[in-house]
Write a protein that binds this ligand. Sequence first.
Ligand code: PLP
Ligand code: COI
Length: 365
Amino acid sequence: MKQDTEGAFLLERNPDCASHDERAGLIAAPGFGRVFTDHMATMRYTPDRGWHDAKIGPRTGLDMHPATKTLHYAIEIFEGLKAYRLPDGGATLFRPDANARRFQSSAERLAMAPLPEQLFVESVRALVRADRDWIPSAEGASLYIRPFMFGVDADLVPDPASEYLYCVLANPVASYFKSGDKAVTLWVSDTYTRAAPGGTGAVKCGGNYAAALVAQAEGKRQGCDQVVFLDAVERRWVEELGGMNVFFVFEDGSLQTPPLTGTILPGITRDSLITLARGMGLTVREERYGIDEWQADARSGRLVEAFACGTAAVVTSIGEVKGREQAFTIGDGGPGPVAARLKSALTDIQFGRAPDPHGWLDRLF
Ligand code: PLP
Ligand code: COI
């Protein structure tokens, strides 16, 4: 078995990698989050040794005690970022330092050991280099990377974990929505909320998603692609989608997105789009927007577009919104030009088709 190192990460090559043809078949129609590469990154934390045993090894199952705290108390956080194939055959990450910092704030919120930014970025770089042949080259496709970490103490005491396992998986992915580039339909959740003030809405922990699944399932039954959540206090202000931030575009050309008040995830795509839009001379407000205003403005034509954004979804127009008290179409119900322009500006940088004036790319090879 060939061994090598990538920064702090010992590389143990998988002796049983997918063949060229198997891999090509899997990459050709990957869907989202179902096809995994040959390797995974792992690293352990204990109070006496700190972070140790950093390794890129064959992707394999995990052996866990049934009392592993996380299985009972959800002491788990994760991240999502992508590696992009460049026109010259190389590859790059997009703002991995921002994901590393968000991972640290997630850890802090769940009373977990923070992972140093350098180790987070190194783990991602090392895994993608080991699995470089899995980065798709097809238009719009990329390698989605999923760092995650959880408490491994094997006891049922509901206190913070002291020992952790950090892992990174990678998936070749195409469009997140089955409908591809079509505009999506949202379901307004009025029964369930996603996050309350003082809760965990601003961090990326698995528990937030578990709590949102029932609302997402309700949306699916109503024929919608995603659920949109309102604030937990007044049940009025639009917050975000189950796995994406949201932007509104008005007839005067200005944009608006909900502010980071602690109950929504500070999306890296959201932040990048604000920078890009302002760079195009567009006005972007980070201000609250009510669901009733959204309906009234869509009907009057004051609101001309809305879109969702995130690492997985990139930029996806919202065509229709439905709820027990809502039913409205945005614009003509199809993808909008401002969303398309911002999506191009973002993806042209990510795929190396345009200069990177903000220093967002982290070239791998
Ligand atoms: N909001 C939620 C709830 C998410 O899960 C995500 C995806 O990570 C986002 C927003 C967008 O964040 P980012 O742009 O950093 O991927
Ligand atoms: C992402 O965009 O990275 C997400 O985490 C969204 C979803 C797949 C959970």
